[in-house]
Design a protein. Structure first.
Length: 406
């Protein structure tokens, strides 16, 4: 009765939730007849037959042997492993057919697909890595340069040689390193940059604001690469030094005028090339062009007035020269005419003298209104204006009468 009462008590506790009705202990198929009995709570929910002591197995002495709980009908027959709570990975693994059982395409336990193996079972990874390294080394040995480019080759950091345009092969990196540069295109430097003023002193102690361009290219790539830390800044500094030296030798008027600009540009180019060649910079100066040469902004209005005054003075001088040329041409014409008259006078002096007298009197008295003459049988006073009016009226009346007759 005692054993039967204990079994009833344990069955009641199991039905009340103190222990799972599908206990984790495994048993044989012959345990089905004892489905009303479960494990003792003192042994834990996961304690199976394997965890019992010797006394439990024999059932002879000590406490009453603990019997396993009801068998899970969804598990295969025989002993089952200890039961544990399901995790989220177990839930999704059970729903994924590729992860069930013995694995699938992704192999046992899932994960990334494995690479195919060689016939002897070794991996292809070392061979693939070696092939990638060989390809990278081959690409670093191949160089294709454009028609305007050259490359400087350094071997372990030291200069090794120059390669020209086209396809060239060198030792792979990191043994050889090639630095390519455009050696034929012109680089243009504008001094100063933007709207900044660049004031320079002339020989007559005046200031002039200059803006100019410098065109240059690479002449020697080796010297250009190893002797210049900042080629662009070096060219700009040498250009400014040469320009100041050239402007200091001319006046403000020459610096502003067109003729003075051309002289300064050539002088600056020569000075720059001489300095750069002395330092073996590997740079060739192709030209210097002055874009603006004006007085300082604060005095520009006064200089503009001076410029206008100079232009007016030049215009007046040009008019005076033109008038002088005209008068000189007239005088030369008169002298030539006199020479011709003198030649005729020597042939017939009296006739020529009388003709010159009449021509002179006609020219003098042509516009006079009154003439006073002292001669015999001639009226001493001749109102020429009245005579001219009468002659003009007579000619008009004759012309009108002629029209009326027609």
């Amino acid at each position: 009765m005692t054993a039967h009462g204990d079994a009833s008590t344990r069955a009641g506790l199991e039905m009340a939730g103190r222990n799972s009705p599908w206990g984790s202990g495994g048993g044989s198929s012959g345990d089905d007849g004892e489905g009303g009995e479960g494990n003792d709570t003192s042994q834990g929910p996961d304690k199976g037959p394997a965890d019992r002591g010797p006394a439990d197995k024999d059932g002879s002495e000590g406490e009453e042997p603990t019997r396993p709980g009801p068998r899970n009908p969804w598990l295969p027959s025989g002993s089952t492993p200890p039961r544990r709570s399901a995790s989220i990975e177990d839930i999704f693994r059970s729903r994924d057919p590729r992860r069930s059982g013995g694995g699938g395409p992704r192999g046992p336990g899932g994960g990334f697909p494995q690479m195919p193996r060689r016939a002897d079972g070794s991996s292809w990874a070392p061979y693939i890595a070696g092939l990638v390294v060989v390809l990278l080394l081959g690409l670093s040995s191949f160089h294709q340069l454009g028609p305007k480019e050259q490359g400087v080759v350094t071997r372990f950091g030291k200069f090794s040689g120059i390669i020209d345009s086209g396809i060239t092969f060198t030792l792979p990196w990191p043994i050889d390193h090639v630095e390519v540069a455009d050696v034929r295109s012109f680089n243009v430097e504008t001094i100063p940059e933007g709207s900044e003023e660049k004031l320079m002193l002339t020989s007559d102690n005046n200031l002039v604001d200059l803006t100019y361009l410098v065109r240059w290219n690479i002449k020697d790539l080796r010297n250009y690469t190893f002797r210049l830390a900042d080629p662009r800044e070096t060219v700009r500094e040498v250009a400014e030094t040469a320009m100041r030296a050239s402007i200091a030798q001319i006046s403000l008027a020459d610096a502003i005028s067109g003729d003075g600009r051309a002289k300064v540009e050539q002088d600056v180019r020569d000075r720059m090339q001489k300095v750069l060649d002395y330092y073996k910079a590997g740079v060739a100066i192709q030209g210097v062009e002055i874009k603006k040469s004006d007085p300082p902004a604060k005095t520009k209005a006064a200089f503009d007035q001076v410029t206008v005054a100079k232009q007016d003075a030049e215009r007046d001088r040009s008019n005076a020269r033109a008038w002088a040329q005209q008068k000189l041409a007239e005088a030369e014409g008169n002298a030539e005419q006199f020479d011709k008259v003198y030649a005729e006078y020597k042939l017939a002096p009296e006739v020529t003298k009388q003709r010159l007298y009449y021509e002179t009197m006609d020219r003098v008295l042509h516009n006079n209104d009154t003439v006073v003459a002292d001669a015999k049988n001639v009226t001493s006073y001749l109102p020429l204006s009245e005579l001219n009016k009468r002659a003009a009226a007579a000619s008009d009346s004759a012309a009108s009468s002629a029209k009326g007759d027609q």
